[in-house]
Design a protein around this ligand. Structure first.
Ligand code: NAD
Length: 476
């Protein structure tokens, strides 16, 4: 049966009208929204409801322009900067990790996450017409957030994911659910006040492993973004969905004899002690060429570090780690505490509150091998730069996360960068430069080492859409 052109147009307009009616009804159908369990500005009792709401919001969001997205993002950024003191206080009180001053800085950083300005359309033209490659939304993104940067990751992920036109359902770390729920609900209010759809971001009120599994399995969730430890990343990568894995790090620093030692010591202490070392990109262990090791350690003490020696190192090890048949593990209750707390617990006197604790150890020591996330920095002497790089690669455990180098020797720097092949490689600066602190790098709280997207931004939350127009070049 042949279909005429008029019949074809009627059919197309019928389908388009049906779609518009369906989308209109989804905007106006308030009753359906209210029937969802415990609806409150994006916070839901059940993960299934949080996903349904984000999916519904996705259909509405597709009718908004990229300018609208940026309008919402600008308002989220302004709100974050205005509320940074309150957010920092809430995070410290609820999680008991890090310190208030640096949590403020982290929120300032989250507010600098880039939005729609990073999206780009590429075009190729030729004899046969035109191909346009657009960055289109992926759909509903299921995102997890770590206890170490809770509201900061919610804000930063929201900016990047909404910029790309997606909606988001969060399964946050349970120990940060209050501050995350506050952040999610405030952001939703801002967007609705600006005329945007409800529930562009949602979360389950009481996140659990079960709610995370529901999110990972639900077909309505189109992409997973996991920011957290190795267990989480492994679980999400085995879901069978498109997944971005932003996992653990254990960033090594290598310092050679050509480095500006005074600057290297200051930079290492600045990076390492930030927020009691609760950020995945921060300096976690140092390999220094023997020739300059004493000078580095002395300058670090001058910069505010406390040097632990001899039996104090063993006492620290007993305090913050536990050993079983699988080896040493970090005692969670000691993650991200103020440096003086460790010394107080061991009855060690100190003249002024230290910025961090440094100590000389062997390469095999658990302080080097474990991702402590504490202001305790092991330092290992090495015979040569090459040995330092070999150790750095082993200590990084293939996370492909972050590495830092202090050297004036370009060959050494290049060798190290290529050999360790991490997502972030910082040269002659604090690790924080890797995520845009006093540097040209972009800001993000989701650094995807295992899946290789690197410092994730709006672009990583898109699917590439090739629109191909074939010109009437050949006359048939
Ligand atoms: P975490 O892995 O304990 O928790 C993160 C989230 O995953 C939480 O929502 C938690 O409930 C869930 N989860 C934990 N284990 C799981 C498992 N086996 N299966 C399924 N879900 C699981 O991490 P955390 O303690 O909140 O955060 C610290 C870790 O996150 C560190 O290892 C740090 O390096 C890493 N981190 C990485 C980045 C990055 O961008 N790469 C950023 C921040 C933190």
């Amino acid at each position: 049966m042949q279909i005429s052109e008029i019949e074809l147009q009627q059919l197309v307009s019928k389908i388009v009208n049906q779609t518009i009616q369906k989308e209109d009804s989804s905007i106006l159908d308030e009753s359906e929204c209210i029937s969802l369990t415990d609806y409150k500005d994006g916070i839901f009792e059940k993960m299934e409801d949080a996903i349904d709401a984000a999916e519904k919001a996705k259909q509405q969001f597709s009718q908004y322009t990229i300018k609208d997205r940026q309008r919402f993002i600008e308002s989220i950024k302004k709100w974050t900067l205005k509320e940074k003191y309150d957010l920092a206080k809430r995070v410290v009180e609820e999680t008991g990790l890090g310190n208030y001053e640096d949590k403020i800085k982290k929120h300032e950083l989250a507010a600098r996450t880039p939005g729609t300005e990073l999206l780009e359309t590429k075009a190729q033209s030729g004899d046969t017409g035109l191909a346009i490659i657009e960055e289109a939304p992926f759909g509903v993104i299921g995102a997890t957030t770590p206890v170490t940067n809770p509201s900061e990751t919610v804000i930063s992920n929201t900016i990047g994911m909404l910029a790309a036109g997606n909606t988001v359902v969060f399964n946050v770390h349970p120990s940060s659910k209050e501050v995350c729920a506050y952040t999610v609900s405030q952001i939703n209010k801002l967007i609705v006040n600006l005329g945007g759809p409800k529930n562009l971001i949602t979360m389950v009120k009481n996140p659990t492993m079960e709610s995370l599994n529901v999110m990972a399995r639900c077909p309505k969730v189109n992409m997973l973004v996991g920011t957290g430890g190795p267990g989480l990343v492994k679980a999400l990568l085995s879901s069978g969905k498109k997944a971005i894995g932003a996992g653990a790090g254990n960033p090594p620093v290598v310092v050679d004899e050509t480095a500006n030692i005074k600057k290297a010591a200051a930079d290492i202490i600045t990076g390492h002690s930030f927020d009691n070392n609760t950020v995945c990109i921060l300096e976690k262990e140092v390999f220094v060429v023997d020739k300059v090791a004493n000078e580095l350690i002395e300058t670090m003490i001058h910069e505010g570090a406390y040097l632990a020696e001899g039996k104090t190192i063993d006492a620290l090890k007993a305090l913050i780690t536990i050993e079983d048949q699988d080896g040493f593990h970090v005692k969670k209750e000691w993650v991200g505490q103020d440096p003086n707390k460790y010394l107080d617990a061991l009855n060690i006197p100190y003249t002024q509150k230290p910025k961090c604790i440094i100590c000389e150890t062997s390469f095999e020591h658990p302080f080097v091998q474990l991702e402590l996330l504490m202001p305790i920095l092991p330092i290992v002497r090495v015979d040569s730069f090459r040995q330092g790089v070999d150790y750095a690669i082993l200590a990084e455990h293939g996370n492909r996360h972050t590495a830092i180098c202090h050297s004036q020797n370009i060959d050494n720097i290049t060798y190290y960068a290529k050999a360790i092949n991490t997502t972030i490689f910082v040269k002659n600066a604090p690790s924080l430069a890797g995520i845009g602190v006093d540097s040209e790098s972009v800001v993000s709280f989701t650094i995807a080492g295992p899946t290789g997207e690197g410092i994730t931004t709006a672009k990583d939350y898109t699917r590439k859409r090739h629109c191909v127009l074939v010109d009437g070049f050949r006359i048939i």
